[in-house]
Design a protein around this ligand. Sequence first.
Ligand SMILES: CC(C)(COP(=O)(O)OP(=O)(O)OC[C@H]1O[C@@H](n2cnc3c(N)ncnc32)[C@H](O)[C@@H]1OP(=O)(O)O)[C@@H](O)C(=O)NCCC(=O)NCCS
Length: 170
Amino acid sequence: MSSASLRLKPAIITNKYSISDADLESRGFHLRRTADELNLDQLNTVFVSVGFPRRDPEKIKLALDNTNSLLWIQHERTRKPVAFARATGDGVFNAIIWDVVVDPSFQGIGLGKAVMERLLDELVEQGIVNIALYSEPRVLGFYRPLGFVADPDGIRGMVYSRKNRNRNKK
Ligand SMILES: CC(C)(COP(=O)(O)OP(=O)(O)OC[C@H]1O[C@@H](n2cnc3c(N)ncnc32)[C@H](O)[C@@H]1OP(=O)(O)O)[C@@H](O)C(=O)NCCC(=O)NCCS
């Protein structure tokens, strides 16, 4: 994951979704806004299938408990998660979006966009103006049309690096 951070220009957001809830349902995809029916082992499998490291399910559960907004899509036939995104934050000023994934077998049919549009709507409706995420370079083109800009006004994202800290101390 690159450390390029992005911030949202709220003016770009509209309430129109590229795929309506009804369209998703008719295609056999159910939108879920809580983790109640989410099988964490299956979610982990989706993470691994896109190259994220497999994580301890207990830690995933704790992370989801501490997550302000999450949205996932359940495949009607298998009941498995096929798309997922979540946001953490202070509930007032700031939110960061994490773990945006679509099962490779279901990529390219609008599910990633469907999840992101709704998650962003939810955050904007809460009045949150600073919505950020980390993007791998190859995914910048997915986020831009959703309203994200890289390095807005020259502001650069930085992440804490133990390795660099130790190097700088020497
Ligand atoms: C990135 C990802 C979430 C996109 O989900 P998806 O369901 O395949 O994307 P969608 O079908 O919703 O695509 C929506 C639009 O974004 C475009 N798009 C999708 N992936 C893109 C990419 N990597 N680069 C540029 N544009 C992209 C599509 O062409 C489509 O354009 P359109 O609206 O003009 O038709 C998905 O490919 C994925 O899970 N990738 C692996 C994990 C990952 O990299 N996550 C992001 C971590 S930073």
